[in-house]
Design a protein around this ligand. Structure first.
Ligand SMILES: Cc1cc2nc3c(=O)[nH]c(=O)nc-3n(C[C@H](O)[C@H](O)[C@H](O)COP(=O)(O)O)c2cc1C
Length: 303
């Protein structure tokens, strides 16, 4: 039997497959499909202090092997999410990760502190790709100095492990990764969506009201895998690989370049039981390749 456990240092997950933020609702939506406890963990859709309506439709647009989204981080607000988490935790022991958002640094810190106080929450993931309302839409993930200041402030206020989620749209993602870990991040997750553009030729207009949107799905996997490898070469904290994972082999590719775990996103939209399937496929591939545990291949890419 292959050992699928994924060691994050501060916590060991039963397997490396984590449902990615924004693609798995608040967990409850997937209970009809399978027992969520077969996953390593799940990440809640990103949350701000107050309820947010998000962007006007259209919010999703399919591309070849990809998905563009411009959801605008719609959500019910922190108090409502606390209720949802209590309800979900009563139904499944799967570790719950809260994806913390903020329109400015104070809000990030406040939301993180709130969820850090919940026993039902296993860890926090800081979504530093949120546009900063006070800084003309710039997000902390674009700037190493901003990331460092924010991570330090959040770490001072929380008692849970902190994952910092990086953006592939940063000019220097490795520099931002180093700033995040030096500031106290317990793990790094990458990547969030790639900024893209779709246009409506007939209407001579962009498809989305916000013009640009975030690209995810199998189309981004080679781009994301490169970034994960580059960050892994410099990281001394565990790295969680994200981007276009649709099979057990995709997941193992990320482990091979150095990731300790993975998150799976867009696949949940077209295959609601996809994350659970990926766990089964990882096990089958490990048996086939005679890999006893993930540490045997983690970071073992020969290049
Ligand atoms: C519709 C949609 C909503 C998303 N919402 C969030 C979010 O709230 N917070 C976040 O950190 N990432 C969010 N993401 C990014 C995903 O968690 C993930 O990083 C990205 O989609 C790449 O993985 P994938 O190719 O497996 O989907 C969202 C992605 C999609 C497609």
């Amino acid at each position: 039997m292959a050992d699928l456990s994924a060691d994050l240092g501060f916590r060991t997950l039963k397997n490396p497959v984590i449902a990615a933020s924004g693609t798995f609702g608040y967990g409850e939506e997937f209970l009809p499909f399978y027992d969520l406890d077969v996953l390593g963990a799940i990440v809640m859709k990103g949350i701000f202090r107050e309820e947010r309506p998000g962007n006007p439709p259209p919010r999703l647009h399919e591309t070849p092997a990809g998905l563009l989204n411009s959801i605008g981080l719609a959500g019910p607000g922190s108090a409502a999410l606390q209720e949802i988490i209590r309800r979900l935790h009563a139904r499944t022991p799967v570790p719950i990760i809260v994806n913390v958002c903020g329109g400015d640094d104070d809000e990030f810190v406040e939301v993180a502190a709130l969820f850090s106080g919940m026993d039902e929450v296993a860890m926090l993931e800081l979504n530093i790709s949120c546009p900063n309302v006070k800084k003309g839409g710039a997000c902390p993930a674009q700037d190493a100095g901003h990331t460092s200041r924010l991570v330090k402030r959040v770490k001072e206020r929380i008692r849970k492990p902190l994952i910092v989620k990086l953006s592939p749209n940063a000019a220097d993602i490795v520099g931002v990764a180093q700033a995040a870990q030096d500031a106290g991040a317990d793990a790094l997750s990458l990547v969030n969506t790639f900024l893209g553009l779709a246009v409506d030729l007939e209407a001579r207009r962009p498809v989305f009201a916000n013009v640009y949107a975030g690209l995810s799905g199998p189309a981004v996997k080679p781009l994301a895998l490169r970034l994960v490898r580059e960050v892994c070469l410099k990281a001394y904290v565990p790295v969680i690989g994200i981007g276009g994972i649709a099979s057990g082999r995709d997941a193992l590719d990320y482990i091979l370049v150095g990731a300790s775990a993975v998150q799976v996103g867009t696949v949940n939209f077209y295959d609601p039981a996809g994350a659970a399937r990926i766990v089964t496929e990882i096990e089958a591939e490990m048996e086939r390749l005679k890999i006893r545990d993930l540490s045997e291949i983690r970071g073992k890419l020969q290049a």
